[in-house]
Each structure stands twice: as C-alpha cells, then as structure tokens.
Design a protein. Structure first.
Lengths: 1004, 93
C-alpha cells in the first residue's frame, strides 16, 4: 500500500478496510471505497487535473460535486470509454482508469497553452469575428479549431452495456436527500403516501455528509441513516440513490437517470444487471430539496490549481478525510467559509487566515475562529494569486472607504489552498424546468423559486433557507402538505433539536475590487469551464449585448458540461454592473434538461438494434430468404427487392424478371398491401365521401380503383376496393398506408359523420397475397382451382371470385399493377407459404419467375401507373396526374372536391405528369433530375419540373421516365432539356403510358 | 409529456395518443357555395390561442377513440376531456 500523503489518519466516510488502486494519466495510485476520483487524486497530492478549454491553463479540482468545471476526465478506454465525466462525481472502484482531457502532449506540458500568452488576440466572439473571412475558408479553419477546443473523445465501438427503462407513479416524489429532503420524505412516508426519494449521491444525507452539527442527540449522519432505514421499512416507499432527477416535464413527470453499476469495477459488472436505468416518474406532488451551490469570487488568477470552493474543501476534509493541501487561506463574503476553516483547523491543517470583504465581523462563527487562533483579514480582498501550476500564496489589500477599490500596500499570505466563498445559489434548475419563475432575493443575493406552476413545493437551501434547522422544519411541513394534497391524512413530525449559530449578513460582492481595471493583471474567470472572464462580459456589454441569452451565446458563458452551475449568477452580476441594469431586470437564461449530462445509452434503453423499430415480415419471408432475395425496407416491411441468380446485378435480375412477366408468368409477394375490411349499411356512402369517383353502381364481386384526397385536394392514397356484398367491402391501400388510411376513415366517422354506420377493421396481416402476372397466369390458376371458372367471360378484369386455390380457401382478385394478365390470390396468412409453394411447383412448367419490388416498379412505370409518394408528394391533384377521368363530375360532395376549383389548383402552369423519352434510348435519367428551361454553366437554372420515376423498361426496350412538368399535359411532343447530375440530356415529352396503351394485355 | 384523461380509458401517457389539432371545426355543408377564401379558412386556418384551447385527440394506441380536450397552452394543464358530440365545458384560463 503506497502512501496517500494528503489522507487524514482518521475520520471521513471512506471504507479504510477496503483499499483499492486506480490509474490516472498512466500512473498508479491508491484510494478507498467511498472515495470519488477527485478525492482520491487530492489524497495522492495530484492537484493538476486538466487544462482549460480555450487557454489551456492548468486547472485543479474546484468543487466536490456536479458543479465541477475543471476536473473533467476521460473514464476508461475502448468500448467502456466515457468522455467528459466529472471526477468529483465518479465513484472510485478498483482498477479504475482515467485520463485528463484537452491537453497535448500531457497535462503538465500542454502545447495549447501558448494561446494563453496571446489571449489579447482571443476575446469573446473571436472565432465569429476572425474566421468568417473568406467565407469559403471556414471549413479549413474548423478542423483545427475543433481539434484545439475539443473535450473528451467518444468510444468508436458499440456500447457493451445494457440499459433499462422504468415507468412508475407515486404520490410524493422528493428530489434530494439532504436534511430538507429526508424530512419531507419522512413526513409523507409516515402518512402512508407512496414516496420516492431520489438522490444523485451514493448515500443519503446531502449536506449532512460533511456536517459536524448534531441533530437531536445524534451526529447528523446517524439521524440521516435512521430516517433512511425508517423510509425503507415503509411498504410504499422507495429510496433511489446514485440517481439524478435531471428533467422536470409537464404534468409532474420527472426523469431520473439511475447509475446502477457505474460504481463497480469493470470486472464486477455483468449484463445480468443493467448499467443504468431511466426512471419516468409521474408524481402527484413533487418536493424539490435540491440544495444550493456555493459561488466562486472573481479576482485575478482565481483559477490556479489549489483555488477551490470553501464548501468543497470542507467536504474533502470531513467526508473523504482528505486535506486539499497543507495550509489553507480563505476568501469570503459570508459565514460559510468560517465553518470550513474551523473544520480544517480541527483536522490539523494549517489555516493562514480568512480574508473577508466584510468589516466589523461579529457573531459566533467569527468568535469561534478567533478562539481557534485563526487570523481574520477584515475589509480586505485578494488582489493576486501566486504560484505556477499550483498555488503558493496570495496578495491581499484593504478595501477603500467606499468599498469600490483598494488602498494601501499589499500583504502576502502563504498557503497552497485558497478556499473561496461568494455566497450560495439555490439549485433552481428543476423548479425552473417546471416553468416556475424565479425571484431575486436581494438580502440573500440569489435567485429563489417563485410561485410553482406545477404541483410542487420547494424546501431547504433550494428555497434560500441555509440554516439546518430551517431545512428540517420546511421539509417536515412540505412532506406533510404534499401527502395531504395527494389525499392522505398527515401530521407534522416533531422537529429535532438543532444547536447552530445564527448566520451574519453576507456582503454582496462578485468581482472583487482590485488595483488594476479588469482587463489588466491576471485573468479573472467567471466561467472556468469555458474560460470566460469578466473582461469578456464587459466586452459583450460594450458591443451592445443586452439580453442574457445573447450574452451566453456570444461569450459561451454558462455552456459546457456544467451549464454554468458556478458561473451564471456571477456572470449576471458583472453584466449588471456593465450595463447598469440590476440583476432581476436582466433575468436568467433558461434552465433546460438535463441537469447533468445523461448517457445516450440510458435514453435509448432497449430500443436499439433490432428492437429500435419493429420489423414486419410476410408469411412467405423465409422462402424469399432461402431463394436468395435481397430485401428492401418499405415502411417497417421487409419486401424482396429482386432475386439475383448466378451473380446477376440488379439491372440484369430486373430485366430477366420483367421479361418473364411479359412472356410467361411471374410471381410476387403482395401481402404487404394494406387491407381494410369495411362493414355496415353506410359503407357505400363512406366510399363516395372519401374517393373522388362514384361508387353507387359498383356491382357485387367487382373491383374499382380510387384516389383518396385530403381536404386540400391533394392525392394521399390510392387503391382498389371490392364490393363483397351490399354491406361489406374490402379496401386496399398502399403498402404501409393502411394505418394512415384507417385513421383517416375513423377520424371522419367519429368526429364528423357520427350517424354513419361503418365498422373499419385493418386486416392487412390476416391475409397473405400471391400475385401471379403474365400471359400464362390464367393457365397456372386454372390448374390449381376446380371451383373458379377462370375464363375471361366468367372472370373478367376488375372482378373478384371466391373459391379454392391449391386446396386453400381464397379470394382471387383479377387486378393488375404490371399491365399483364394478373391475379392476386388472398389466403389466410398461415396458408400463405403453402399457396406460394404450390404456385411455384405448379408454375415450373411455365418457368414461373419470382419478382421483387424493383421489377414491380419497372412494370408499373411502363404502364404509367403512379405510385403515391413517387409521382405525388402532397402537392399533386388528380388533374395534375392527368386523371380527370377518376374525378366524378356528378357527385355533389366528396373530401377535397371544393379545393379542386381553387384558383391555384386550376392554373394551367401547374406541374403535371408526363412521360419522358430521352433522345438516347439507353440513357436512364436520375430520379429527381431537373427539367430546365435554360442551360447555364452551373446551377441555378430556371426549373420547370423534375423526374419522379425512371427506369430501363425491358418490355418497351428503351429507357422511360415519368416527370412532373409545368403545363406538361399540353406539351406532348415537345423536346425538353434535363439537367441530370451534371449531364445535359434532351428528352421528348410523351404520354406516361409507354406499354400496351389500350390495355389489351391486362384485359385479355 | 402530458398525462391525458381518455374519456373511455382513464388517464394515460401522451405517447398513447395523437393530437388532431383544433376541435369543433365543422365541415361546411355546401362547400360549393363558399368563396375560395372561406373554403381556405376551413381547410388551412386554425386559431393559435394563448390560453384555453379546444383540441381533438385520438387514443390511437388504446381504444382508438377520438375525443376533445380543453388545454391551456400556457401551462399545458388539461382542464377537461369530453366525448365527441358533447358540448365543450365553459372554462377560462
């Protein structure tokens, strides 16, 4: 066991009987279970933990919690790598490996530190101002800027961990398990309410973890653990530790990220337990007991390693038994530094003195300090810090009588830790996220929660109540009230006795007065993580920025992983001084979730890989797989794209498949087509409403094609509907369109036509559909059925017959999307494979050829059949498609009808569907290629339309394309110019029907 | 994420619903009698209230029923939900 030179021999909440070792920046160190990475590094005397973001200045640990701006480290390597973790929140485990970030080649000697010497050249907005010219060069600059400014690096391999999500409800959710949170949870829990208590740390206690004051007759943490035990024993109460409530959303929804196994060594982790759990908690009442963050003071070189918050120093001494240095100096405007000074003195550290901006300091805290022999430098400020990569001492000066400058001579105070306290800022993040407005409390110099908007109560330090006894009292009252609001009878528990000194008044000081104006001397940092100084804020004010939101974006104040937890209020105060507006008038930037960074893993949970989106497969899927089909995603469906044979490429396979359909027979899996079963006395009426054509004369067993419009007159779906009986129809929709159309019909039926009697059922997946197409399709069908007369007279085009195919009860539709003689055979889904195999084996003699969606599209394009979503894009009317024939003139009313006579819709220069035949019959245009009316050397060029579908058509023997062309319906025969990926192509405007215009083949 | 009280199923999370926009817009009985502007008003124009807003929701991953809700767009508090055909409750934000 190597020595930990700064570890105190006794005390702390570390487990001294569980020593562990870890590696930081390649060097081995030792620590204990119960340490954070930061406390263990300090125990080992590691003070330099990182380099700052912009100036690459040496930085040390500044805090002991989620507000840490400096000790941002890269945790682990390979798949377990996690960038930008706060060393102050990383629980130490055996074998932990971490490295500092943003430094090269090493944290001790960092090449980027040269920027600090030229910092006059890097004011706020530097990048915006400098790298904008010439504009085209930004791409080149960006590479280097990003390299210089980056934080950690993300892992390059998939995340090996498992994450879960939990949804739950509770009566009272208490956020924060400090004295206020614990007492709130206890009061509500005793009333019988379902309570969830959540805290980001590994134990309950919050500020009690480093508290020396007793509660009742117990040390503070004994009281806290008793409360925890009582809560756990209650049947309806849950205590979530290592869990951060990071987002407060509508209707009292609070999101919590629980780190289940992050604190375990990599070898101890197992996929049996998730790494993290995302809790989505819907609470009747929320109690916010989120505490407060101490603020830094702003003075020259206030970022030197060794400068930290007084509360952090106290936490390291009391909770982790670590001396943050050998001798401490304090710099404060309030009493809380006195507490810390006394604790460090008691732990045997040398305390060189307390520099306090206040004068005539009285009260029992000051008395205790004086009794301990610690000098107090009243009415004085730190004007400089000394040391290179670590603090060695500070210079102090007296404030002048008006308090806005300094007088006299400087005095040197020695010490290697400077503990500063500029007062406290309540952690109002969640309250603010819940849409509650904040009020500025002038006496306490901080923003406190105003009136809540949601069912929530704020207590303790989060409410600006910094005395322990106030925290307990407010917690008990809030817990009782919350339980009552949630419908429970509750009584306020008895308040334990707490002996604590009263606090004396704090003096509002932000940037402390100095000999030099703020632009000179050492840098005075406001935002340590983003290297924003008071000078940058002054510059922004001088340049006319007035809104805090703009200030943030211009100077980057309050950005980064800490989101300004230390800097927001200080930045505002300096901005207020520069602009002359007081702090409440300036307001605060919006607090947005998450409170601390949340892993993408836990947000994704199990919804990754194959569980990200459902995959839908047809009943014949396995046959397609074993036949070598390549698949295409159509919505969630996997559809065979084409079936390559003997090393065919797509073009060759598609040509072979199309030729088979044109000459013998092809077979395609059409199971994915949407199928809606419509029943009831008013189906016909409904069809007349939702389709543009008339449905009154459709006979039983006959099929009709229809276009569905939105009320704006634009085509949104098409399909064939078949009348099965007077009160029973079967509607087909596009693949993937069934859900949308179903919803559309239901919305009208439920919201507008409440008296219409129609029942709509989506039966898409109840049926498997094999489509056989080609001149021999009839012969094939005839062989497999004995009860359907397949003769053209008995079974004409656009009709349906029920019967048995291959021994399976089937509905056979004679409809065609390929332009050939074609049947769609519908059987119950579980018979789909049997039907398919029967067709394949019987069709062998006709050289039956399976074809995929690509051939399907080629065949339909040759026929000029549109696909909704290819030829249409939500701005296309039936007239634009040249389909006036399907729009009933006789029907008085149907959805979208009135829009078809709007002035914009009847304009003659609308884009209309045409065919395009390129002058070179082998040239296949690109989909999306632009038809232009004038050729310029480079785009832009005046555009008149675009290609919507384009293929080589094997049955036509040349390339074909469909396009939407301005005024296209009247431009047949014209030659147009198409700009296609840099090629200029000439093409003749034609009818979009390229094959079998009279329909002889499909009617055969 | 809201918690919405489906009039048929009770309170459920918003993920189970889709919003259908402003409620109580009746389809004109004789669209042919309307000017382009009047028709466009029905098809395209919706109120964008700050405060109480009546809107249509469908419990699409539940009972698949459409219903109406009165939601305050400032606080997102849902003051009432009621079935199609029922009169909207009198509310003020």
């Amino acid at each position: 066991m190597k020595q930990q030179p700064y570890r105190l021999p006794t005390g702390g909440r570390i487990e001294r009987n569980r020593p562990i070792s870890f590696v930081y920046d390649g060097r081995p160190y030792d620590g204990f279970i119960g340490d954070t990475l930061a406390s263990a590094l300090l125990a080992n005397g590691v003070r330099l933990v990182g380099r700052s973001f912009k100036y690459h200045r040496p930085r040390g640990v500044m805090t002991a919690g989620s507000n840490e701006p400096n000790a941002i480290v890269q945790l682990e390597t390979g798949a377990y790598a996690e960038p930008n973790t706060r060393a102050t929140q990383v629980e130490l485990y055996d074998g932990l490996t971490a490295a500092s970030q943003n430094c090269w080649p090493s944290v001790g000697f960092d090449f980027g530190a040269w920027t600090s010497h030229f910092s006059d050249l890097f004011p706020a907005g530097f990048y915006y101002k400098t790298f904008m010219w010439p504009r085209s060069a930004w791409m080149r600059y960006e590479y280097f800027i990003r390299r210089m400014a980056g934080l950690g690096s993300s892992p390059r391999v998939p995340d090996p961990d498992r994450y879960e999500k939990m949804h739950t409800h509770c009566d009272v959710l208490v956020v924060g398990s400090g004295p206020a949170g614990l007492s709130a949870a206890l009061a509500a829990g005793r009333a019988g309410a379902r309570v969830i208590l959540v805290d980001e740390q590994n134990e309950v206690g919050g500020s009690l973890l480093e508290e020396t004051i007793a509660i009742g007759n117990d040390p503070a943490m004994s009281w806290a653990n008793k409360v925890r035990e009582e809560l756990i024993a209650l049947p309806e109460t849950r205590v979530l530790l290592r869990s951060t409530a990071y987002g407060y959303y509508d209707h009292n929804l609070v999101m919590i990220s629980q780190r289940v196994s992050d604190h375990l060594g990599l070898s101890e982790r197992s996929t049996d337990i998730p790494r993290q759990i995302l809790w989505k908690v819907r609470a009747k009442e929320v109690v916010l007991a989120t505490g407060a963050h101490e603020r830094p003071l702003i003075f020259p070189d206030n970022d030197r390693p060794g400068v930290m918050l007084a509360s952090a120093a106290r936490s390291y001494v009391n909770r982790y038994a670590v001396k943050p240095g050998s001798s401490a100096i304090f710099f404060t405007n309030n009493d809380s530094a006195y507490k810390a000074a006394l604790d460090m003195h008691a732990a045997g550290m040398r305390v060189s003195g307390i520099i306090d901006v206040r004068s005539d300091i009285s009260g029992s805290w000051a008395q205790s300090v004086r009794d301990a022999g610690i000098p107090i430098f009243e009415n004085q400020v730190v004007v400089a810090t000394h040391g290179k990569s670590g603090l060695k001492g500070v210079s102090v000066m007296k404030l002048n009588p008006s308090g806005d400058g300094v007088d006299g001579v400087t005095q040197r105070v020695h010490g290697d830790v400077l503990c500063m306290s500029g007062g406290w800022s309540p952690v109002v993040h969640l309250f603010s996220q819940s849409r509650g407005k904040l009020n500025f409390d002038v006496a306490k110099n901080c923003f406190v929660p105003g009136t809540p908007v949601q069912a929530s109560i704020t207590v303790g330090a989060c409410n600006g109540s910094f005395l322990l006894s106030d925290c307990l009292r407010e917690g008990f009252l809030a817990g009782t009230e919350a339980a009552k609001n949630a419908g429970f009878e509750a009584i306020v528990p008895d308040l334990p006795d707490v002996q604590e000194p009263e606090l004396t008044e704090e003096r509002a000081v932000w940037e402390t007065p100095n000999r030099l104006p703020s632009g000179r001397g050492g840098k005075r940092f406001i935002d340590f993580q983003n290297d924003v100084t008071s000078r940058d804020v002054e510059l922004a004010a001088r340049e006319g920025y007035l809104s805090v939101e703009h200030l943030k974006r211009y100077t980057t104040l309050g950005m980064g992983t800490d989101q300004g937890k230390l800097s927001n209020v200080n930045g505002l105060a300096v901005f207020s001084r520069c602009t002359g507006h007081d702090i409440p008038a300036l307001g605060v930037t919006t607090f947005r979730p998450p409170y601390t960074p949340v892993t993408f893993g836990v947000i994704g949970g199990r919804d990754v890989d194959h569980l990200f989106d459902p995959v839908r497969k047809t009943p014949m899927h396995e046959w397609h797989v074993s036949s070598g089909a390549l698949f295409e995603d159509v919505g969630q469906w996997k559809r065979p794209h084409y079936y390559p044979q003997d090393g065919e490429d797509m073009a060759a396979a598609v040509k072979r498949e199309c030729e088979a359909v044109g000459s013998t027979v092809g077979i395609a899996d059409a199971s994915t087509l949407g199928k809606l079963d419509l029943r009831g006395p008013d189906v016909k009426k409904l069809l007349n409403w939702v389709y543009t054509n008339a449905w009154n004369k459709l006979e039983t067993d006959r099929c009709r094609y229809g276009l569905m419009l939105g009320e704006n007159g634009m085509v949104f779906d098409d399909g064939v509907t078949t009348k099965l009986s007077d009160e029973h129809y079967l509607m087909s929709t596009t693949s993937g369109g069934a859900g949308h159309v179903h919803q559309w019909l239901e919305e009208w039926l439920q919201c507008e036509w409440l008296d219409m009697k129609v029942w709509v059922t989506n039966i898409t997946t109840q049926y498997a559909v094999a489509q056989i197409s080609g001149p021999r399709a009839r012969d094939l069908l005839a062989e497999l059925t004995s009860d359907i007369d397949v003769s053209p007279q008995a079974f004409p085009f656009m009709s349906m017959r029920c019967g048995t195919v291959a021994g399976i009860s089937a509905r056979v539709f004679r409809i065609s999307f390929s332009g050939e003689l074609s049947y769609e055979i519908n059987v119950p889904a579980n018979k789909g494979m049997a039907l398919w195999r029967a067709l394949m084996s019987c069709g062998q003699k006709y050289n039956i050829t399976p074809y995929g969606t690509e051939s399907m599209h080629v065949l339909r394009a040759e026929k000029g059949f549109i696909i909704v979503g290819e030829e249409t894009d939500g701005t296309v009317t039936p007239m634009d498609l040249g389909m006036d024939w399907i729009v009933s003139k006789a029907k008085k009313n149907f959805l979208g009808k009135r829009s078809l006579s709007r002035s914009d819709i009847i304009k003659s220069d609308r884009k209309q569907l045409v065919g395009l035949l390129t002058d070179n019959p082998d040239y296949v245009l690109g989909v999306g290629a632009q038809i232009v009316s004038q050729i310029n050397e480079s785009p832009p060029m005046p555009m008149e339309g675009h290609v919507t579908s384009s293929y080589y058509g094997p049955r036509v023997g040349r390339s074909i394309a469909m396009a939407l062309l301005s005024g296209g319906l009247k431009r047949q025969g014209e030659t147009v110019t198409v700009w296609d990926r840099g090629n200029i192509v000439r093409a003749k405007v034609s009818s979009p029907v390229f094959y079998d215009r009279d329909g002889d083949r499909m009617n055969a | 994420m809201f918690q919405i009280d489906c009039p048929f199923c009770g309170p459920r999370w918003q993920v189970e619903f889709v919003c259908g926009g402003e409620a109580h817009i009746e389809r004109p009985i004789n669209p042919d009698m309307l000017s382009d502007d009047e028709w466009a008003d029905y098809v395209f124009m919706r109120t964008n209230s700050k405060g109480m807003h009546y809107e249509r929701w469908c419990h699409i991953h539940g009972c698949r029923q459409w219903f109406n809700a009165a939601r305050d767009t400032v606080s997102d508090k849902i003051h009432a939900t009621y079935r199609m055909g029922e009169k909207p409750p009198e509310l003020s934000s």
